[in-house]
Write a protein that binds this ligand. Structure first.
Ligand code: ZN
Length: 309
């Protein structure tokens, strides 16, 4: 059975996208306003094709259904996680995601917790994380009066930082940011504010103010990341986050690393090259380590973002 599933990313053009996915990772992107690389995904809006081995050419969604033994017999009816890389060449719309209960009731979709690892950003880059309203009434009032500068909370960001964006958090990436996003496999987004922009057909994108007000956490709760660091010889494993939905780690591999695993892993190569279970890997690769492996070993000098359930 297949130990690693390498995936072909799916690209999405966006009004806020750029060309950093090519400049940074050398991907062939469809245009100079490519916003999203769906790197590990079985979602219907971007279902990755497997690039290697016996399942070459198959969609991840199909292999997930047909071969539960590769995914630790995961109970989720659909592949539960989604890894994306986002190139915010311009500001993204300000948005909020619902939790599972709300999303299943209103949109027949799952909710969406997500988190961001800042791969690169401009020197003075910021993002929108939370808001300043102290009550629902104040939230509604500031939205109705278009007082976005009073409402939204802007924070400075730096490469290497990690942010958790739980459901109910108002958030947006701002221009000059390249981010790896790990999220629940869902596309449910309520757009709150889009800077009054118009698309190429002179249309504003739809807003979902009522739903957004219903699901926004008031007052905003900051989520402090408490990193756990473990050294294995010269290599370092940093655990950024452990939640019921996902765990996210960064592996800084020096020379080699060997460790036991108890489920399948989603791996993105942010930097360097080397070998993973004897398969060559390099910057920009994305793959799944299937759960038939009890142990993994990796050689080289590499920065890997690793997520799991
Ligand atoms: Zn989001």
């Amino acid at each position: 059975m297949q130990k690693l599933l390498f995936l072909q990313p799916v690209f999405h053009e966006k009004i806020w996208g750029g060309k950093k996915l090519k400049d940074h990772f050398n991907y062939s992107i469809p245009s100079d306003h490519t916003g999203e690389c769906w790197a590990i995904s079985a979602h219907q809006n971007g279902d990755c094709v497997i690039k290697n081995g016996a399942f070459k050419g198959e969609h991840l969604s199909k292999i997930y259904q047909k071969h539960p033994e590769l995914f630790n017999h995961c109970k989720s009816p659909r592949f539960p996680l989604l890894t994306k890389i986002l190139d915010a060449n311009n500001d993204l719309s300000v948005q909020v995601h619902p939790d599972d209960n709300y999303a299943l009731e209103h949109d027949n979709e799952f909710g969406k917790n997500e988190c961001w690892y800042i791969i690169d950003c401009d020197t003075d880059a910021t993002m929108i994380y939370g808001h300043h309203a102290k009550s629902k009434e104040e939230l509604v009032q500031l939205i109705e009066e278009n007082k976005w500068n009073h409402l939204i909370r802007q924070v400075k960001i730096k490469p290497g930082e990690f942010y958790y964006v739980p459901t109910g958090t108002i958030h947006a990436l701002c221009k000059g940011t390249l981010v790896l996003e790990t999220q629940q496999a869902s596309d449910t987004t309520y757009r709150v504010y889009d800077y009054d922009r118009k698309d190429q057909h002179h249309q504003k994108r739809p807003l979902h103010i009522d739903k957004a007000i219903e699901v926004t956490t008031v007052p905003h709760k900051d989520f402090l990341i408490q990193k756990e660091v473990r050294m294995i010889k010269d290599s370092m494993i940093t655990t950024f986050l452990k939640t019921p939905n996902f765990t996210v780690q960064k592996w800084d591999v020096k020379n080699e690393i060997k460790c036991e695993i108890d489920t399948f892993l989603l791996v993105s190569v942010l930097n360097g090259n080397g070998k993973f279970l004897d398969e060559p890997i390099q910057k920009g690769d994305h793959f799944i380590v299937t759960s038939i492996n009890n142990e993994v070993f990796c050689q080289g000098n590499l920065e890997l973002l690793v997520s799991s359930l």
